[in-house]
Design a protein around this ligand. Sequence first.
Ligand code: B1M
Length: 210
Amino acid sequence: MSYTELCAEVVNGNESKVIELTKSLLEAGYDPLEIMNKGLIAGMDIVGPRFKNGEMFVPEVLLSARALHSGINIVKEALVGTDIPCIGKIVLGTVKSDLHDIGKNLVGMMMESAGFKVIDLGVDVPEETFIEAVKEHKPDILALSALLTTTMPNMKSVIDALKENGLRDKVKVIIGGAPVSQNFADEIGADGYAPEAASAAALCKQLIAE
Ligand code: B1M
């Protein structure tokens, strides 16, 4: 039982083995964050380049993603305390035409661990849905994820829609995802950018303290 074994089973897309190993590591007292980073996400770091190089294909990547999700859900229960007071509200989603949600889910989990209430709208979320959610939930922060260069412009469309609906000054907007950068955030008028999940939660804390 090790992080390497867990990592290998994520790559293999072996969901039942990932569940079993994740539970065993937790029961043995391993740190949940390390299980996530050195076991689960490390597996996806191997899958990424293999997918890119044509050594793995969509069905296999989906199996890995499903196995990863199951592992993450188990770690999440260990990480997210039920008695953490709510320090703010965040609406989170992956923008229109983008189906990637592994990173977004991790970001949501870190936000919850930091004490935020997170309303996750899922993937492929159109501008109108973000606008409706901002009107309904009145969040402190709207958090947008994108993994494709082709869907990055949809982040700007959400910010434009906020302006058109007179909501831009009512909510801070943060963005993230592999192709996104601080420069892009500045360019589209977002309030912040975070490169990964833990810093996204830290950024939200910083923004609500301003
Ligand atoms: Co896709 N895919 N994919 N894919 N996929 C990428 C992103 C790609 C880089 C692979 C490649 O070619 N090298 C490439 C994008 C190229 C580009 O645009 N530059 C790509 C492509 C092209 C595609 C398709 C078009 C492939 C096709 O069908 N021909 C297609 C598009 C579908 C669509 O969205 N419309 C597609 C489909 C898929 C799957 C469905 C098979 C699957 C997604 C499953 C799922 O998410 N449920 C998938 C996967 C798994 C990947 C890779 C392999 C892994 C992504 C991932 O989950 N990484 C990816 C290659 C790669 O990234 N190396 C790839 C692990 C995750 C923990 O990291 O998501 O980066 P990440 O999240 C990080 C940070 O980015 C950050 O924090 C997270 C944790 O630290 N972060 C935020 C994310 N959101 C944030 C928000 C924040 C702050 C930080 O604030 C709000």
